[in-house]
Design a protein around this ligand. Sequence first.
Ligand code: HSE
Length: 300
Amino acid sequence: MKRVTIRVPATTANLGPGFDAFGCALSLYTDVTFEETDCGLEITGCDEAFTGPDNLAYTSYCAVLNTMSEEVRGVRIHIDAHIPICRGLGSSAALLVAGAMGANVLRGNKLSTQGLLNITNAMEGHPDNLAPAFYGGLTASMVDGGLPVCVSFPLHPGWEFLALIPEFNLPTTLARSVLPEQVNRADAIYNISHGALVLKALELGDEKLLRNAMQDRLHQRYRKKLIPDYEKIEALVRTTGAAFCLSGAGPTLLCITRNPGLQEKLENKLNAVTEHSWQMLPLHVEFQGAHIISEEWNLE
Ligand code: HSE
């Protein structure tokens, strides 16, 4: 029997104007262990509600085995998740990526990372969290002919990220349901132009350019109504000079700065603008994508 543990980083998707396209891996992780057994499916380490066959790590594990025409045997899956669920930090993508990599490693690495990305993208629907979870760092992705195409972008090493994570969650399905089907031309131009400059600002480490470019007209203005105190918190963060955006579909809010001490600057003031409890979590870019952290073979 074989056992492997896969570590997958958290990811922040969109980065403001890069809706469904940009993503960046962050220094917060979910570790998932896979061990083949003769005893069916067993999932531990998570809420009872997620221990069935619809668990995302298991569904992508099975999808990879099916693609390889390999038999799905019994498997024990242990989840050690530090990425909070339904907070816009890529917890679902992390499970999909872990399941796909776990199956691939246990059955001889027959598929490439692009192959695993193709399979998981078909399940997730958009690659903006998946790409940085697989590759690490800053990525932009498109879906062309049904298949994801992802590229990495350089990032200045001086950026500091501060995630403001509320006690309430926001399901992505709800956060997508409030978006209009159609966008107007001015808004499309706004996002394309701002998105291009966000990538350059992140590469150069130019905080002023990032602050100005990291603005969006396609999703944040609709979603902020679902997040209590969004506007007050954004106004507060902007007084510090940091760039600000919604992390993925939310509700986590993300501050990006070159200046140390942002957390201290916000510490007392945050309580004055919101009655909710927001955890402030300092993070940095994770340049390493999903990888094996332990591997054992010939277990008794
Ligand atoms: N790009 C996605 C969204 C990320 O904003 O809905 C969440 O899956």
